[in-house]
Design a protein around this ligand. Sequence first.
Ligand code: NAD
Length: 264
Amino acid sequence: MTKTSPTPVPLPPPAAAIDLGGRTALVTGGGSGIGRACALALAQAGADVHVVDRDGAAAEAVAETTGGTAHVVDLADAEAVWLLPSEADILVNNAGLQHVAPLTEFPVDRFELIQKVMVTAPFLLMRQVLPHMYERGWGRVVNVSSVHGLRASAYKSAYVAAKHALEGLSKVAAIEGAPHGVTSNCVNPGYVRTPLVEGQVRDQAAAHGISEDEVLSGVMLARSPVKRLLEAEEVAAAVLWLCGPHSGYLTGASLPLDGGWTAG
Ligand code: NAD
């Protein structure tokens, strides 16, 4: 007989603040950008946060702010991933990197590294933390995918392949986790205002001899009806909501935070 999902506990009113007291979260790439914003938001809601990043200083700084624990780990190293805590109620698979080159010239080692960090590490971490979530009858897996988990762009073969793979992995976790009170979802940001993206805007403006505004509206945001960058805090707010009490029926989904890009 199919196991039914646990009966939810009575819900707080929809407008109540999300309380993650007593929950433990693990956020990869938590030292910077979106991961940092997620770590701060989850900690503010009361979670004990493990901040995982290969950049030790960045991870330590965020852990100090959140009162959490820093783990300096290269997620491309499977042996090091095994040493991370398995007792997490919330897993945010966020760490990622980009490499831009035509498919015919794409360096094989970069392609493989991107799959390791953005697909294999999330798989290993799910494999590691799901038994604890199943035991507690509650868990939230949030995968920071991208609009590139839903759409392709030229020159981003490794990134697009990895994000599409993450989408599939997230759906399998959703189906397997449902009887145990575990949801798994993706969030799919368009371009987010991070130092990396701001640098790209400056570089493209210089390269094409156009203003930064023109790079934003004409190049980066060409496919986005909302003509502004997304803020990391907006992504973190969606991630936090996915970890709250009113999201238990939303699983296997991909939440486009893309200014309408995929609506077109
Ligand atoms: P970021 O570069 O600011 O942060 C990424 C973090 O991941 C860094 O702290 C980095 O040290 C860490 N990291 C990278 N490789 C690692 C490894 N091997 N081991 C451990 N840590 C590693 O980037 P961000 O913009 O905040 O992106 C975070 C996630 O959001 C990524 O998965 C990215 O694909 C996704 N995303 C970003 C944007 C955007 O516009 N910035 C848009 C859509 C999706």
